[in-house]
Write a protein of this length. Structure first.
Length: 195
């Protein structure tokens, strides 16, 4: 018959527990660091949430709405007329609009190479009336004049046409300033929906 294993006293049992506790803390710190890194990478390269600061996109977007913006759809995709973009505010915004904002949210009206003008409340793109299936406020307000959109630039307007300081005031937006496409309103929950 073999003898039973010797009993360990409390001092001998404590070190493994301390090691397992410190190992657990290290594991949690690693998990937390990975989560923060993934969050930063997603925010930088994939998606970002923006808040609407003004009424220039009403009735589509209201002040305080939160939108989710896809950055990959601009980097690897195509920008279409009617898309809602978030972009770095051109320097002229401060002077033209008296607004000191970093980013703006507007709708694409003119693509590179398009010729734009307006008469009355009708916007013309390449001589044809612009079909606007999205909701927007009229009258148009400030006329467009005669604009040819440069290569790699976009002509942007707010859906609240009479009350939007946009490309009619400060010119076109270079593609390099585009942050991403807005594709879903996430707040308030009562107005959640794709754009």
């Amino acid at each position: 018959m073999s003898s039973p294993p010797p009993l360990l006293d409390a001092e001998e049992a404590a070190p493994p527990r301390r090691r397992s506790r410190s190992r657990s803390v290290v594991e949690w710190l690693i998990v937390l660091a990975i989560a923060i890194l993934v969050s930063l990478l997603v925010r930088t390269y994939v998606f970002q949430v923006f808040s609407i600061p003004s009424g220039s996109m009403e009735p589509t977007l209201h002040i305080g709405d939160r939108i989710l913006v896809s950055k990959l759809s601009v980097q690897w995709g195509t920008i279409h007329r009617g898309d809602i973009l978030v972009f770095k505010a051109p320097a002229a915004v401060r002077k033209a609009c008296g607004d000191d904002v970093a980013d703006l949210v507007k709708r694409v009206i003119g693509l590179p190479g398009d010729h734009l003008t307006s008469k009355g409340n009708t916007i013309y793109v390449n001589g044809q009336p612009l079909q606007q299936p999205w909701t927007h406020n009229e009258p148009i307000g400030r006329n467009i004049g005669q604009v040819t959109v440069p290569t790699q630039h976009y002509f942007m307007m707010g859906d609240n046409e009479p009350d939007s300081c946009d490309s009619r005031w400060w010119g076109t937006v270079p593609r390099s300033s585009v942050i991403g496409k807005a594709f879903v309103r996430i707040w308030p929950l009562s107005r959640f929906g794709f754009l």
